[in-house]
Design a protein around this ligand. Structure first.
Ligand SMILES: [Zn+2]
Length: 144
């Protein structure tokens, strides 16, 4: 097998300034994209959004918290089989020609193939999984 690319795991980190709480029975949450220090770039804000940010910063909705969000993107390694077919190496892969490879592109026998591995990632599906990944990795909060 000729390797085309290695497996990639990439974390995209971003921050938002979040004002969240409860107003009677009504929960609220206002968030604004910001940098690590909570500085909000308002250059593209419409007047209404600017006013909301000012209201939030006045303390009307409690103390803002800078939340750190991490979205992990994973792409498989890719390789070209001896027969010329390109394979995405997610776990063990069996080519149409019958050759089999592990996720690092090493040729293995058909008997060695472990087909329990069920983790097919591409950039596209990583994006589609964003919702779940979001919740999974969004866990570091700190007080502003
Ligand atoms: Zn092949």
């Amino acid at each position: 097998m000729t390797m085309i690319s290695e497996r990639i795991e990439l974390d995209e980190v971003y921050y938002s300034l979040v004002f969240a709480g409860q107003n009677g029975s009504q929960p609220y949450e206002y968030s604004f994209g910001c940098d690590v220090d909570g500085n909000v770039d308002t250059s593209n804000f419409l007047p209404e959004r600017l006013a909301l940010l000012a209201l939030c910063r006045s303390g009307a909705y409690g103390t803002g918290v800078v939340s750190r969000w991490v979205t992990r993107f994973i792409d498989n390694a890719y390789g070209t089989c001896e027969c010329g077919v390109t394979l995405a190496l997610c776990g063990d892969s069996v080519c149409v020609c019958g050759r089999a490879y592990n996720m690092w592109g090493k040729q293995i026998t058909i008997e060695e193939v472990d087909d329990d591995y069920d983790q097919t990632y591409t950039w596209g599906t990583a994006y589609a999984k964003g919702g779940a990944e979001y919740a999974k990795y969004a866990k570091v909060n700190r007080k502003n």
